[in-house]
Design a protein around this ligand. Structure first.
Ligand code: TRP
Length: 452
């Protein structure tokens, strides 16, 4: 399977493909709710600092590993150091954990798209609409099954390219809509300005180690780091393309969209609730509770709601396709089975894991793992435990066994590496120490010793 690697055409092709995979529900759904929950401005600041230092270095490292070895993650880690083969495996497990609960949320998006199409805007804008919906058993299951089913069909028939084309057109429209909705809220709604201040101005009294833990987890998730994705992308990247510049572009794009999504959602929370702690700490449901209210209050909100949720649906679908594609190709390569069977196995595993996430607020709400519902547990286990472990091992491999020069040489193939010293220091010293702190805090939190 790995003998012939096609490569991305043109300079912008690589950046667009990588950004397309990076931008998804992580930016639009996950980032705003975390920012609201973890203190607004202070979370945003920590996130941006982490993104340009840590995120930058790790993304450079992963892309360079891929381009240098020309292999997929499992092969790449094995080729670099036999003892690190398991890291490639570990990295491949992450998308398999994310895909099922990602699809549950994809199902929520479909449900809301359908709701707006049917003109139920007013009904959906009630406070309890979303929680009541999650309290049901069959409907959330149905939408989840539809979303993962659709993803599997696309992966199975390889019509991925078509979907990606559509989503490339939709992405700029989505950005314009997000901007428009933010401006509308801020200009027309009382109290929204307080939300903007909460979101932009750091309040250091709200800072805790958990701000960093959450921001770091979000960084991995949003930039699709520490799960082999960027290694795969790197393996398709032509030698003459500048790695450093591309990483800056992907970063800017990804963080920019996340920032705008926060600007759209957080001020509305303030407008509708006066910024009360409970509304801000909604968690995973924040976007689904807040946006219908905004659309309900807008002229032609119904239509805008439909268009907006369709775009989000496409952003989610392209991400779920690439998550599934990753898992499917690992199975094809390693189990030596065909595409059909591999898709089927991944679908069954995902259905199984996803059902538990979909029922976490209804039939199975009394089952808790470390005090978390299934969806939160899978999210936590992948972003706050597995990904830091993979990132830590990657840093050790590069910083101490292969030496940073290994990566630097690859980056310099296509020009000067401007932030070389920062990269060296990050990979060798700062990132590993940081990751250990993150891991310890996450584990202590899961065991109930400290509160996130
Ligand atoms: N980064 C994606 C988002 O923000 C989610 C994601 C995580 C992803 N890992 C991935 C997407 C792997 C594609 C491939 O929504």
């Amino acid at each position: 399977m790995e003998s012939k690697r096609s490569s991305f055409s043109g300079k912008i092709g690589f950046v667009l493909a990588a950004a397309g995979s990076a931008v998804g529900l992580g930016n639009i759904w996950r980032f705003p709710y975390l920012a609201a929950k973890y203190g607004g401005g202070v979370f945003l600041l920590v996130y941006i600092i982490l993104s340009v230092t840590f995120g930058f270095s790790l993304m450079i490292a992963e892309i360079a590993i891929g381009r240098k070895t020309q292999l997929s993650p499992i092969g790449a880690f094995k080729a670099l150091d036999k003892r690190f083969s398991f890291v490639g495996w570990l990295a491949s497990i992450v998308p398999a954990i994310i895909l099922p609960y990602y699809s549950v949320i994809g199902g929520w998006v479909m449900k809301f798209t359908a709701g707006f199409i049917m003109g139920n805007t007013a009904e959906m804008s009630h406070d309890k609409y979303f929680s009541d919906y999650l309290g049901q058993v069959w409907e959330p299951l149905g939408w989840f099954a539809l979303f993962i089913g659709l993803t599997s069909l696309i992966v199975l028939f390889g019509v991925k390219k078509g979907i990606e084309k559509v989503s490339k057109v939709m992405m700029p429209i989505l950005v314009v809509l997000i901007l428009g909705i933010s401006i509308y809220t801020i200009v027309t709604m009382d109290g929204a300005i307080d939300g903007v201040i909460f979101y932009i101005k750091p309040d250091f009294s709200k800072f805790s180690i958990m701000t960093v833990v959450a921001a770091m987890g979000q960084l991995f998730y949003s930039m699709s780091l520490a799960m082999g994705i960027m290694i795969t992308f790197g393996s398709y990247m032509k030698k003459e393309i500048k790695i450093e510049k591309s990483v800056h572009q992907i970063e800017l794009f990804d963080t920019g969209i996340a920032f705008l999504a926060g600007l759209m959602i957080i001020p509305s929370v303030f407008a509708f609730s006066g910024g009360d702690e409970k509304a801000l700490g909604q968690g995973a449901g924040l976007m689904f509770v807040t946006l219908p209210k905004v659309f309900d209050s807008m002229p032609a909100g119904n239509v805008i709601g439909v268009v907006f949720f369709i775009m989000v649906f496409f952003a989610a679908l392209t991400s779920s396709i690439s998550l599934m594609e990753t898992v499917v190709s690992v199975f094809i390569d390693k189990l030596k089975i065909n595409r059909k069977l591999s898709c089927l196995i991944v679908l069954i595993i995902s259905l199984f894991l996803g059902i538990s996430s979909a029922l976490g607020s209804s039939a199975w709400k009394n089952i808790k793992i470390f005090g978390m519902q299934f969806l939160d547990f899978f999210d936590f286990a992948s972003n706050n435990i597995l990904m830091p472990i993979i990132a830590l091992l990657t840093c050790i491999l590069i910083g101490y066994i292969l030496k940073p020069k290994f990566i630097v040489e690859e980056v310099e193939l296509s020009g000067k590496f401007n932030q070389k010293s920062m990269f060296n220091i990050m990979i060798k010293y700062i990132a590993p120490i940081f990751l250990v702190i993150i891991l310890v805090s996450s584990v202590l939190n899961a065991l109930g010793y400290i509160e996130i």
